[in-house]
Structure formats: C-alpha cells, structure tokens
Design a protein around this ligand. Structure first.
Ligand SMILES: [Zn+2]
Length: 114
C-alpha cells in the first residue's frame, strides 16, 4: 500500500484503487491519478527551466534543422507568441511562426524565454 497516493482532498493515506479511479474511504473523494499526473506533465520549460506559457516570446539557442527545408533556424532567432501543444509531436512541444519558415513546431529544450 506504500505507493497509494494521498487523498488530494483530505490527505488520507488509506486510498484504494478501483479500476482507473482512486477512492478515499474517509471522505469518499474519487479521483483519477493518471489524469493528475498527466496534467502535471504538460508543463513546458525552456532550456533554463523557466516555465513557458502560450503567448511567450523566446529565443532559439541552437541552430535547428527544418524538415523539408535546406535552411535552418539560426541561433538567436526571436520567436514571438508561441503556442504550447497539448500533445507534443515527435518531442516538439511548441508551435510558432517564424519569418521565412511559416508555421513550425520546435522543442522547448532549444529555446530560452525572453
Ligand atoms: Zn479523502
């Protein structure tokens, strides 16, 4: 029982699992632990560990090759108004538009917040 999560409502350690749900016998609260973990995992951080949110401006810290293009995005390129992807595509968790490239997805580990 040591891996049972505490009840998020009353912190009881006596929760038990029923299918995909966890149930607290003390306050009858039911919750989905997987969903909670998933929610936490969707936070996106830049190369310095700063939390990124949609609408942020970032700077590219590494030359990035672009699929289907002979050009690469150069280090120091400023990107305005990023949008975070709920479901990363191939590890790319930021959607944005870059002059000369159009709509493109990049990885948060290759940017820093301005
Ligand atoms: Zn509880």
């Amino acid at each position: 029982m040591s891996n049972a999560p505490k009840c998020p409502k009353c912190e009881s350690p006596y929760s038990y699992q029923d299918g995909s749900l966890w149930i607290c016998p003390e306050c009858s609260h039911e919750w989905n632990q997987d969903q909670r973990l998933k929610d936490e995992d969707t936070s996106v951080y830049d190369s310095n560990g700063n939390l990124l949110v949609s609408g942020d401006s970032v700077t590219v810290i590494k030359d990035l090759k672009v699929k289907g293009s002979s050009q690469s995005i150069k280090v120091g390129t400023k990107v305005k108004n990023i949008r975070l992807l709920d479901e990363p595509i191939d590890g790319h968790d930021i959607a944005c538009k870059i002059d000369g490239f159009g709509a493109i997805n990049i990885k948060s580990e290759y940017v820093k917040k301005q």
